[in-house]
Design a protein around this ligand. Structure first.
Ligand code: UD1
Length: 391
């Protein structure tokens, strides 16, 4: 693991050759990559009007969490990687701030564009705010109303600081207005995650190839075969022994009916080992543990899944866009449109509720849902057009 430096010293980065007065776009962690890809593409199409730089904070650094996404999503190589690595939230956020400030001083950006709700998002927004640089927040206004989630704190604070707030669903504007943010700053553009999904759908990995690569064991996939996909990484699910054990046991039961493909996030892997729960997991031979998949592999897998069980924000949206039933192992969602209009059901970590919802999907086929407004593949284009005429 790359450990963030606890000594908060300023680092030197050379951004002198990057275009002055450009739009600086920031990425840090895996869920940022799908969001930034279409935005960079749409803005670069008008590079003469608005030059753009891409700064990677280095919050995620493992190849499986990072590099393959740049290839799959056709994101240009970042102009600078701040290489902050892992650490406590404070250390990670502070390191991003210290390092990003050096860049901002050299580029003097016309604006700083941040996406989503990770630590890199708030850290860069805060640096820009202190320097009076306009902040653009993509995926603004989502609220779980659960301050125990670090992402919720990042969302609320980033939105307060932002000048251009681009939203993905109607609930976001209501949330922002309640927090005193002026309606003039809020613009509904749709969902850039779905831009990426539609951009990549045709080239998603072939399901036969995925299965022969990962499921050689006893599992033989044929067209029409059923399987579940599981992802799990929220601190509320994986950081307590008892909760993680309960979830694994119920997934063990589910795996008696369907093979479960479990893509294991590094945080979850550490916890499973720390709690000695990797042994329990091994007892369930029909739970197939995989390292984090590339974007194109995950898209191929999701498109054929019978059901997805997850605590990820992005997967709640992707399953709605694909029409695949999603069972969300959280007590709340900041993306209510996936429940009201999409295929998502919120169940928390209660074993009976997870099981009964799963049984319901197996007997009824699960929620059918519809595609929410603005999830049409053109959200980034709308952002680019708005920025080109307003920034
Ligand atoms: C972060 C985001 C979360 C997002 C998730 C997606 C915050 C507060 N959280 O959570 O919103 O859903 O990314 O993956 O920003 N690690 C590695 N390799 C890596 C990255 C992390 O081994 O490339 C390990 C480290 O032990 C690290 C732990 O995973 O301490 C957690 O990583 P971190 O970036 O702090 O948060 P995530 O749980 O990934």
């Amino acid at each position: 693991m790359i450990q963030a430096d606890n000594n908060l010293q300023q680092m030197s980065f050379d951004a002198k050759n990057l275009p002055k007065n450009s739009l600086v776009c920031v990425v840090g962690a895996r869920p940022n990559f799908m969001k930034i890809a279409p935005i960079i593409r749409a803005i670069k199409a008008n590079a003469d009007q608005l030059p753009v730089c891409l700064i990677h904070t280095g919050q995620h650094y493992d190849d499986a969490m990072n590099k393959s996404f740049f290839n799959d999503l056709e994101i240009p190589e970042p102009d600078i990687n701040l290489e902050v690595g892992s650490g406590s939230h404070t250390v990670q956020t502070a390191q991003v701030m210290l390092r990003f400030e050096v860049i901002v001083e050299q580029i003097q950006p016309r604006g700083v564009l941040v996406v989503g709700d990770v630590n890199s998002t708030i850290a860069c927004a805060l640096v820009a705010a202190k320097k009076n640089i306009p902040i653009i927040h993509v995926e603004a206004g989502l609220r779980s109303y659960d301050r125990l989630m670090p992402e919720e704190i990042n969302r609320v604070l980033t939105d307060q600081l932002s000048d251009y707030l681009y939203t993905t669903e109607a609930s976001a504007k209501q949330n922002l207005l309640k927090e005193g943010i002026s309606a003039q700053r809020v613009h509904f553009v749709g969902n850039v995650m779905i831009d990426s999904l539609l951009f990549c759908k045709e080239k998603a990995a072939n399901i036969n190839d995925i299965m022969s690569k990962y499921a050689a064991l006893d599992y033989c996939w044929r067209p029409g075969s059923q399987f579940a996909v599981l992802t799990l990484h929220r601190p509320s699910n994986v950081d307590q022994h008892e909760v993680l054990e309960r979830i694994i046991n119920v997934l063990g039961k589910i795996s008696e009916q369907l093979p479960v493909f479990f893509t294991v996030h590094p945080r979850t892997k550490h916890r499973l080992e720390q709690f000695g729960l990797d042994a329990l997991l091994k007892k369930f031979s029909n739970i197939i543990c995989l390292q984090p998949l590339s974007y194109l592999e995950m898209l191929g897998l999701l498109s054929h899944a019978t059901v997805v069980l997850t605590d990820s924000g992005g997967l709640q949206e992707e399953t709605t866009a694909l029409g695949v039933p999603c069972i969300t192992l959280r007590e709340n969602t900041e993306r209510p449109v996936t429940v009201d209009q999409g295929t998502n059901t919120i169940v928390g970590s209660n074993a009976e509720l997870i099981m009964s919802t799963f049984d319901n999907v197996m007997t009824t086929g699960g929620k059918k849902g519809r595609i929410p407004d603005g999830w049409d593949g053109n959200a980034a284009q709308r952002i680019a057009e708005h920025l080109l005429s307003n920034l």
